[in-house]
Design a binder for this molecule. Structure first.
Ligand code: NDP
Length: 442
């Protein structure tokens, strides 16, 4: 059989299972993450490259063995045990650009100030971070831009070494406003381009200067536009060279599909930035994103800043979890470092926010140890679908939305897909209400 000589180089014994599992894992993640959806095609067409060689080995060792390896993989939950991860590691995005696997989060909670964000970004670049996550609505882009330019001027980095993310805020959810919001970020930063620009949330708020528009009863004022039109405006920003890559944030599978199925889509979202940690491990969404060549960027990996605006003060404190502590003790690492490493080993790009210079340094020291399969399993076991960032904004308010829902009924299928509901039950409720309205009007 063709390729037999290569196969005989690596005999398939039970003791080689780990090697095979890790090869197969690399194969899958390389194909899916680096080559995008096309990678789902036939392996056999890829003769002469490494994937063929690997696949032929599986072919030769027989279906039984292959199934055995896949079973092993399932047991591992596709975990990545990769000591080759370093602070300079990146994930290749579907558009060919590269995102560093660890980024500094800079969202200012009520407690945080712009000056603290500035100092943290400086400490982070000096400690070796090359990825900074911010957003128009964080209102710290002037300070972050200053730091980046300062670090370029003192030759610590070049512009191309820094991966800077910003996000389109929800009060700019209209195609003609997308570039306006981006221009404001670029102007604040005084940079020529942004590396990654995300739709911050799949929900629109009333257009205007007020970032969190509420009515006189304190309820959010929504204004929903077609997400596909917004996506087309994002594509135009990429084509104009103002941003290198475009993606989304806080999208569920349905909302991602809505964009991916856009007729004539030019650029698919390279990533989806969502809350992701040991209490909300997002396994299903991660699997879906990987299958579509979309990188998952995890926020609140450390359990968030517990800002009472968004977080239930009674929710458990993630960094006090005894399992994180126990595993950390084994490696002389903190619970924070274990929490970060857990996501890194799952092939997730991880954001860690800290305005404390000591924590900033500690959070990048996550590349000199490795969690075992047992550790990963124990950490998987902590999942309880607990969401720290629970924006009341997401909740469907039947009364307030009734009128605009009725007006939008002719585009019901799109509308239903377009509506944010990170909470499954509420999503179901919302769908039901839409369907009920539709039937009632028919
Ligand atoms: P994180 O989960 O990163 O946690 C931040 C908290 O952990 C802070 O209170 C911080 O305190 C503390 N902390 C950091 N490092 C350590 C450590 N080594 N030991 C102990 N405590 C530590 O919070 P975020 O929710 O801010 O998420 C990270 C980033 O993700 C955000 O800053 C933002 O950039 C992004 N994000 C995006 C969202 C979106 O909608 N797309 C939503 C939320 C976040 P201290 O500062 O004192 O170190």
């Amino acid at each position: 059989m063709e390729g037999t000589s290569e196969v005989s180089e690596v005999p398939v014994e039970e003791e080689n299972v780990e090697v095979w599992v890790s090869s197969f894992q690399t194969l899958v993640s390389t194909l899916v993450l680096q080559e995008g959806p096309a990678a789902n095609g036939s392996f056999s067409k890829r003769k002469g490259n490494m994937y063929d060689n690997l696949f032929r080995r599986y072919f030769d060792c027989g279906l039984r063995q292959l199934l055995f390896h896949i079973k092993q993989l399932e047991n591992l939950g596709f975990h990545r045990e990769d000591m080759s991860l370093t602070k300079d590691s990146f994930i290749k995005l579907s558009d060919g650009n590269q995102i560093p696997v660890l980024g500094l989060g800079t969202m200012c909670s009520q407690k945080g100030t712009k000056a603290q964000a500035r100092a943290a970004a400086k400490a982070a670049i000096e400690a070796g971070y090359r990825h900074i996550d911010s957003a128009f609505v964080y209102e710290n882009e002037v300070e972050l831009g200053e730091v980046i330019r300062e670090k370029i001027a003192d030759n610590t980095v070049k512009r191309k070494d820094i991966f800077y993310t910003s996000k389109l805020w929800s009060t700019y959810h209209s195609p003609e406003l997308v570039k306006q919001c981006l221009d404001k970020s670029l102007k604040a930063l005084k940079l020529e381009y942004i590396d990654l620009y995300l739709i911050h949330m799949p929900i629109g708020l009333k257009v205007g200067e007020e970032p969190f528009p509420k009515d006189d009863k304190g309820k959010w004022i929504y204004q929903q536009f077609d997400l596909r039109e917004i996506w087309a405006a994002m594509e135009a920003c990429k084509d104009a060279g103002l941003v290198k890559s475009i993606g989304v944030s806080n999208f569920n599978r349905r909302q991602l599909e809505f964009i991916l199925h856009k007729p004539g889509i030019k650029h698919q979202p390279v990533c989806n930035q969502v809350e992701c940690h040991v209490y909300l491990n997002q396994n299903k969404l991660l699997e879906y994103c990987k299958s579509k060549g979309i990188a998952l960027v995890g926020y609140s990996t450390l359990g968030s800043s517990r800002d009472e605006q968004w977080t239930d003060p009674k929710s458990p404190v993630l960094l006090q979890d005894p399992v994180l502590k126990k595993i950390g003790d084994k490696y002389k690492k903190s619970p924070a470092q274990v929490a970060l490493r857990y996501n890194l080993q799952r092939g997730i790009v991880v954001l860690a926010k800290s305005f404390n210079p000591e924590h900033v340094k500690q959070n990048i020291q996550v590349f000199d140890f490795q969690l075992t399969t047992e550790d990963m399993k124990a950490l998987d076991g902590l999942n309880k679908n607990l969401r720290y960032i629970d924006l009341k904004l997401y909740y469907f308010q039947v009364k307030k939305n009734l009128e605009c829902r009725i007006l939008a009924l002719p585009v019901l299928p799109d509308l239903a897909r377009n509506t944010i509901h990170l909470n499954q039950e509420l999503h179901f409720l919302h769908m039901s209400v839409n369907i009920w309205l539709f039937t009632a009007l028919e």
